[in-house]
Design a protein around this ligand. Structure first.
Ligand code: IPE
Ligand code: IPE
Ligand code: MG
Length: 255
C-alpha cells in the first residue's frame, strides 16, 4: 500500500514518469480539490491570500507534471458556488488572482499545447475575468497535449440543476421526449460533456468530503486524500497518489 511515508524517487527520477508507475495504467483524467491554502498560510503566520498565491505555483507545477508524465486530462476545483460566502476581501483577491495568473500564463499554455477550459456558472464572474477566460479558451481550443479544466464558480448541484432546466426546455419545445432522457443524454448537458469521468480524485489537506465537486462524474472515481496542504503538494506527493491509485482494484459494481 502506498502511504504518506512511501519513499520517494529522487528529484531527477521525478522529471519523467518514475519506473515504479505503470504507463499503461495511468489515470486518463485526474481531478483535484486543491484545499488547505488558508491553513498553510496560517501555519506560517501569514495572511490567507499568501496561501492562495503559493497555491497557483503548485498548480503550475502539477500541470507541467501531468504533461511530462503523459496524463491527458486534469480538472481542478478553483472556486465553488459556496466560496462566495467568504469575506469579500478574500473573494475579490481570488478573482483578481485568477485573472492575473491566467494573463501571465496564457502564452506558456499555448506554447506547451495545453487546452484550457473553464466550467461553472461563468456568467456570475467579474466581466474582466470573463473576458480573459473567453480569450484563453479560444486561443487554446485546438491544443492537444493536455486538457486542463478549471472549475470556477462551480457547484455540482448547480450543474445538475442547469442540466435539468436545459433538458426540460428541449422537452417543452418538442425537440426531445421524456423517454429519450437517459444517463448518456444527461452527460451531454453537463459542463464536462466530452471528458471521460475522473479515474482519480485527489483532495489535499485531509478533509474527507467532496464539497459539491463533480457530483455526477465522481460516481466511480478512486479517491485519494492526503494531509499535505495544497501549497506543499509536489511531484513526490503526486507520485504517491498515482502509486496508490495503481494499487486499487476498480470493480464498478461487478465481482
Ligand atoms: C482552497 O484553500 C482554495 C479555495 C477554496 C479557493 P482554502 O482557502 O479552502 O484553505 P483552507 O481550507 O481554509 O485551509
Ligand atoms: C472546496 O474547498 C472548494 C475548492 C477547493 C475550491 P472548501 O475549502 O471550500 O471546502 P469545505 O468548505 O472545506 O467543504
Ligand atoms: Mg478549504
Amino acid at each position: 500500500m502506498a502511504t504518506e511515508s512511501t519513499p520517494l524517487p529522487t528529484f531527477q527520477q521525478l522529471l519523467s514518469l518514475p519506473p515504479s508507475l505503470d504507463r499503461q495504467k495511468l489515470p486518463r483524467h485526474v481531478a483535484v480539490i486543491m484545499d488547505g491554502n488558508g491553513r498553510w498560510a496560517r501555519q506560517k503566520g501569514l495572511p490567507r491570500i499568501v496561501g492562495h498565491r503559493q497555491g497557483t505555483e503548485t498548480l503550475k507545477e502539477l500541470l507541467r507534471c501531468c504533461k511530462d508524465w503523459g496524463i491527458p486530462a486534469l480538472t481542478v476545483y478553483a472556486f465553488s458556488t459556496e466560496n462566495w460566502q467568504r469575506p469579500r476581501e478574500e473573494v475579490n483577491f481570488l478573482m483578481l488572482l485568477f485573472e492575473t495568473v491566467l494573463g501571465q500564463e496564457l502564452a506558456q499554455l499555448i506554447q506547451e499545447d495545453v487546452r484550457i477550459q473553464f466550467i461553472g456558472s461563468l456568467s456570475d464572474l467579474p466581466p474582466s475575468l470573463r473576458e480573459q477566460i473567453q480569450r484563453a479558451m479560444t486561443l487554446t481550443k485546438d491544443n492537444q497535449s493536455l486538457l486542463f479544466t478549471v472549475a470556477t464558480n462551480y457547484g455540482g448541484r448547480q450543474e445538475l440543476v442547469q442540466a435539468c432546466q436545459r433538458i426540460a426546455m428541449e422537452v417543452q419545445c418538442g425537440n426531445l421526449t421524456v423517454d429519450e432522457i437517459n444517463g448518456q443524454l444527461v452527460e451531454r448537458y453537463l459542463y464536462t460533456s466530452g471528458l471521460p469521468d475522473p479515474d482519480l480524485l485527489i483532495r489535499t489537506s485531509g478533509e474527507m468530503r467532496i464539497s459539491n465537486f463533480l457530483l455526477w462524474q465522481l460516481a466511480y472515481s478512486e479517491i485519494y486524500v492526503t494531509s499535505t496542504l495544497w501549497p506543499d503538494f509536489d511531484r513526490g506527493q503526486f507520485y504517491r497518489a498515482l502509486l496508490a491509485y495503481q494499487q486499487r482494484e476498480r470493480r464498478f459494481g461487478k465481482l
